[in-house]
Structure formats: C-alpha cells, structure tokens
Design a protein around this ligand. Structure first.
Ligand code: ATP
Ligand code: MG
Length: 393
C-alpha cells in the first residue's frame, strides 16, 4: 500500500486545538503566521492559547456540544496537552482529521504502553516492571532496586514519582501513590539527558530538529542547550533515528518528542514520549529556520515538511513562577529590562496572570554565533534573574 499524498488545507481554514496552555499558544502563533484561523477548546477563561486564538471555546474537553462545534468549524485538529481524554480526540476524528491520532496519544499517556511501544520499535529503554497491585510489588525483581516508581498515568514534571531503595520502601510508595498501576524503573546512572523532536506527515515524510541536551531541577526542565555539546555525533544521530522509528512504528502524524537518557557507560535509552511539541523544543522558535510549532501546523495542515536548520547556537532557560517572588515570598516583577539589555535575548512570556512556584510562566532563549558564547550569555542572564545555573557552569 502506498502512503497517502498530501492534501493541503488552504489559508483561511480553521484548525482546532484541544488545550489552551503555552504550547497551544505558540502553535496558534505559528498557524496564524501561515494564514490559518484557530479555535481553542479549554475550560479556563484565562487560557494562554485562548487569548491568542481566533476563537476560544470555553468548555470541558468532554463537552459534547463544544466538540461538535469544533468538528463543524475546523478542517483538522490537534492537542497540546497529553492528558486530553482520548475519547475527545476519537469524537473529533469521526468528522475531521486529527493529528496525532487518539491511539498514539493513548500510548504516550500510559508509561506501561509506552514502554511496550519502545520494545516494539526496537528502541532500548530502562529495565522496568509494570506493577498493578501489592502482590506485584512483593514479587518484583530485586535487580530493579534501587528504582524510581512512577504512576503509569497522569505524571508530569516529576509528579507521581517516588525514589525507592528497597522492597519495604517500594510497598510504602506504591500505597502512597494510591495503589494505581505503576511502572518501577531501575534507577540509572545518567551522564546526560537528551530529547529529539520529530515531525511526520500523513505521507510518511519525517524531519527532526537538532538534538537537545537538557538539565532538570527538582524534576522540571530548567535548561536546554543546542547543539548538544559533549555528546558524540553518532549518539545524536542514533537518538534522531530512534525518534523516527518510534514515530513510524505507529504511523504517527504530527510532532512527537522523545526524551532519552545517556548512561555513564555511553548507552542511549528512551525515557518517555510526548505526543506534541515539547518544552525542550522551544529553542527552535529563535534558533532554527523552522520551529517545532511550524512543523506541528504543517503536519496538521498537510503541508510539506522542511528539514529544519539550526542557524544559531542557543540555550533555553525556563522561567518558572518562583522568579516572581523575592526571598521573603513577596510578589515582584523580574527585571526584564536588565536581561533584555544583554545580547541575543529572546523573551517569551505566556500571558499567565497568576505566578506560582514551579508554574511555567515563560522561557528565555539565548542565541549566539557559538555554543560557548550562548552559554556565557545565558549564564549572565541567569545571574541577573536568579535562575539555576545547571548546564551553564
Ligand atoms: P516530564 O516533565 O518530562 O513529563 P515526568 O514527570 O514525566 O517528566 P520523567 O521524564 O519520567 O518524568 O522523569 C523526570 C526526570 O527524573 C528525568 O528527566 C530524569 O532526570 C529523572 N529520572 C527519571 N527516570 C529515571 C531513571 N530510571 N533513572 C534515573 N533518573 C531518572
Ligand atoms: Mg520527562
């Protein structure tokens, strides 16, 4: 069977987005640049994407009337957050093109299904076991300890995870997480963390962004640097190849992000996937010829996918809500003017009125002619703002 050919949507047509967070907002910007109109479905009146969209349908993701409205207005739809009910995507797919498909989103929503998908695609991942009840905990292979216990569903930014050293801690953590299905992973000696953004069209064409190197603080992404310095070119090519295999394995359409671990012995293992643009890909807006959001829109609208080119070295720093509070816990505005005075600064704020510790409020991408300069400038910016210096020193 030959792959379907592209049937591009015309400018002026409507695209639908389930979810109204910052990922949706940046997708709206990219879609509007290409001449499309966008309708966002999100229950939050102050949703960042809703504020930028041509229309904001303020309703729940399972609201039958709103889904019908979205399906009748839009020619194609996508999702910007991973825990969108798969049923909502299936409902839309009855009438319009949905990319990615509900089935692919469902795999990415469930760590157990995700691990099975890695194995099916021949991509190595951490040694692990799926634990569905207390009895499974008791019978667990001791080689998986010390380990990290993760709820199979609904985890993000390190939430729903417990580090466990022995069988007793495992049993206690399993109970504490509510006795829901979990995956226990062996705790691995990480040398580095990488991620790869791949975009795949309905015709099967695939392109990847350059490999990102990531640093997390308290389970949340803090810093991304591209090019991924200190990572061998063959390993980077392998990560891009793995990401393509994972997308091809489920006939994926749209943008997929795959996170990887590089172990101290040099092995590359897949960690997890996100069925959408990813925080670690935000750098592509300012440092690449085509951003991850443009690649998402092009895949949705059945436009050709360009091979993105990195035109600047860069470092992306996440701006969490913590920055909006001083040491005494009083609200303050970060000193943007002082940062923007530095060379190569690209500030992105998501329009969220209510900063909270750990909440993603924006990001700062620092571009420069060389990786060395990008890192130096990013360190200067981090010091002005009081950001963590992970990956910068
Ligand atoms: P995200 O915000 O990326 O969705 P998440 O909450 O889904 O994150 P993971 O990516 O599974 O969580 O883990 C968060 C971080 O914890 C990883 O980036 C890594 O630093 C660390 N980590 C996770 N699993 C392991 C492991 N098996 N061994 C060592 N470190 C790990
Ligand atoms: Mg992760």
């Amino acid at each position: 069977m030959s792959a379907p050919t592209l049937n591009p949507l015309h400018p002026g047509e409507w695209l639908g987005m389930l979810g109204g967070g910052q990922l949706g907002r940046m997708a709206v910007h990219a879609a509007q640049a290409l001449g499309y109109r966008v309708a966002v479905l999100d229950p939050d009146r102050h949703s960042p994407a809703g504020a930028a969209a041509d229309e904001h349908l303020q309703a729940g993701y399972d609201d039958a009337g709103a889904l019908t409205q979205l399906a009748s207005r839009c020619a194609a739809a996508s999702t910007e957050f991973e825990n969108v009910p798969a049923a909502a995507l299936s409902r839309l797919a009855q009438d319009i093109d949905v990319a990615p498909a509900a089935i692919a989103v469902a795999v990415c929503q469930d760590r157990a299904a995700e691990k099975a998908h890695f194995q099916k695609a021949g991509v190595p991942c951490a040694p692990h076991a799926v634990l569905r009840g207390a009895a499974d905990c008791a019978g667990v292979d001791p080689a998986l300890l010390p380990g990290i216990l993760k709820t199979a569903r609904m985890g993000y930014d390190g939430k729903g995870q417990r580090r466990v050293n022995d069988a007793a801690e495992l049993a206690a953590a399993f109970a504490e997480l509510g006795g829901v299905t979990c995956v226990l992973e062996q705790r691995l000696p990480l040398a580095a963390e990488l991620s790869v953004i791949v975009s795949r069209g309905v015709d099967g064409q695939m392109v990847t962004l350059p490999v990102q190197r990531n640093w997390h603080v308290n389970g949340i992404l803090a810093t991304t640097a591209v090019p991924a310095q200190g990572i061998a070119a063959e390993l980077q090519a392998q990560a891009q190849q793995f990401a393509q295999s994972l997308a091809a394995e489920f006939g994926y359409v749209g943008v997929l992000c795959v996170e990887f671990f590089v172990l101290e012995d040099g092995r590359l293992l897949a960690n997890e996937m996100a069925p959408r643009p990813h925080n670690s890909g935000h750098y592509s807006i300012d440092a690449c010829s085509h951003s991850q959001f443009e690649l998402q829109v092009r895949a949705m609208a059945q436009l050709p996918l360009p091979e993105p080119r990195l035109h600047s070295a860069c470092v992306m720093l996440n701006l969490l809500g913590d920055l909006w509070f001083d040491a005494q816990g009083h609200r303050r505005e970060p000193n943007w003017a002082a940062v923007l005075r530095l060379e190569g600064m690209h500030l992105h704020l998501y329009g969220k009125a209510d900063p909270r510790p750990g909440r993603k409020m924006g990001h700062l991408t620092v571009t420069a002619p060389t990786a060395w300069e990008a890192r130096g400038q990013a360190l200067a910016a981090a010091r002005v703002l009081g950001l963590p210096e992970d990956g910068l020193v």
